[in-house]
Design a protein around this ligand. Structure first.
Ligand code: NAD
Ligand code: DAU
Length: 354
């Protein structure tokens, strides 16, 4: 039995990861530590709440004492850190929060791992760790900055050149991880994935936001000319890659993850409208995002070559399936946008727990 601390497991990618592991790996036990910010939603996991191999703890990755107690209680073999402030637009209005959570939180987690896993905890420079332990930092392709239309896709060798406060906070966390691996020998990996789509994505992100607006015949706010390019990957494929890295990779390795599936934003928005039978006249070009990255593209040949990972889902099938999921989960969307899931939490665990 492997015990994993999953942080941020009530968010979009984390909740899909929790479900993927519980459904496919009966020898894993998971503790999901999540602060339940506006982006964390226990409704994402209501079907697995009763699973005896799953435990939910409401808490903050910056809380060192809570982490110590959890390590003492569960003796984790691994930590997979999804917890973060994840929305670029919010980072432009409130950068401090992004550095507090995405950098301060990672520092606290790394310290907790060192304390729990070092064989001689009293020796600050001890490089001997319990066998098999691993920290995995879920990072992003945004740490590499932006590409021109003709530049080759990002490889793991590209320099870090983040452009938004969000991307800078994630790049800072990657550098912290690098330093902890180098200085203290902490066994860890970093994954850098491109844009995800799929069920349970908070409707502030492009695809669920546009779908929700279109369903209600509201305008679809396309930033600038809409020709910015993102490399889209189905969330299930991202999580398969993360789990392969966690269980198969050599410590210290960094892996890019992507679907080689580049699309312009406007193309995506038009596709969504066509799929649900709404007119292009709903599209409205609005003021561009400040510092907007023009293009991301991921070269994932390293993970394909070394770990044998490849995407299992094609955009042509997985996007329509995603659209259907949002149509069939209109109540989930409504709750997410209204903050209703905070009430769900109070019902499940009591307001006093907050
Ligand atoms: P999300 O915003 O949907 O979820 C983030 C989760 O973290 C939420 O459940 C939230 O409650 C929790 N959280 C936030 N602050 C916390 C704190 N201080 N302590 C504990 N929990 C906290 O994000 P997502 O889209 O699922 O992204 C997950 C991770 O993957 C992030 O680290 C993000 O940078 C990375 N990533 C995302 C994408 C993408 O396309 N969405 C792509 C590549 C990498
Ligand atoms: O590349 C990985 C990153 O993808 C992750 O690290 C981030 O956590 C995740 O939020 C995502 O960042 P983006 O900024 O690419 O995603 P977002 O869905 O916010 O926007 C996608 C593109 O669509 C981007 O070019 C901005 C544009 N956009 C977005 C919104 C919300 C619009 O044109 N209008 C909008 O209303």
């Amino acid at each position: 039995m492997k015990n994993i601390l999953v942080t941020g497991g009530a968010g979009f990618i984390g909740s899909n990861y929790v479900r993927y592991v519980l459904e496919n790996f009966p020898d894993f036990e998971l503790v999901n530590l999540d602060a339940l910010t506006y982006a964390g939603n226990l409704e994402n996991l209501s079907d697995i709440e009763a699973n005896p191999q799953y435990h939910f703890v409401r808490g903050d990755i910056r809380d060192a004492e809570l982490l110590r107690q959890l390590f003492d209680k569960y003796h984790f073999d691994a930590v997979v850190n999804f917890a973060a402030e994840s929305h670029v637009d919010r980072s432009i209005t409130d950068p401090s929060l992004f550095f507090e959570v995405n950098v301060g939180g990672v520092l606290t987690l790394l310290e907790a791992c060192l304390k729990a896993w070092r064989l001689r905890p009293e020796d600050k420079y001890c490089h001997d760790f319990q066998p098999g332990v691993r920290y995995l930092q879920v990072s992003t392709d945004e740490v590499y900055g932006s590409l021109t239309p003709d530049e080759p896709a990002f490889t793991e060798q590209n320099p870090l050149a983040p452009n938004s406060p969000y991307a800078a906070s994630k790049a800072s966390a990657d550098l912290l991880c690098r330093a902890y691996a180098h200085t203290y020998g902490l066994p860890l990996n970093i994954t850098r994935c491109s844009n995800n789509y799929g069920p349970y994505q908070f409707p502030e992100k492009l695809i669920p936001l546009m779908l929700n607006n279109a369903q209600h015949d509201r305008k679809l706010p396309v930033y600038g000319d809409g020709q910015q390019i993102r490399d889209w990957l189905y969330v299930f494929d991202h999580n398969r890659a993360i789990h392969q890295v966690l269980t198969q990779a050599e410590p210290g390795q960094v892996y890019n993850i992507g679907g080689s599936n580049e699309r312009a934003n406007l193309q995506i928005v038009e596709l969504l409208l066509k799929s649900i039978g709404k007119p292009d006249s709903l599209i409205e070009h609005v003021k561009d995002r400040p510092g907007h990255d023009r293009r991301y593209a991921i070269d994932s040949s390293k993970i394909r070559r070394e770990l044998g990972w490849a995407p299992a889902y094609q955009f042509e099938q997985a996007l329509p399936a995603t659209i259907t999921w949002y149509q069939e989960h209109a109540t989930w969307v409504e709750h997410a946008v209204s903050g209703e899931y905070q009430n769900y939490y109070d019902k499940m665990y009591g307001a006093a727990e907050r």
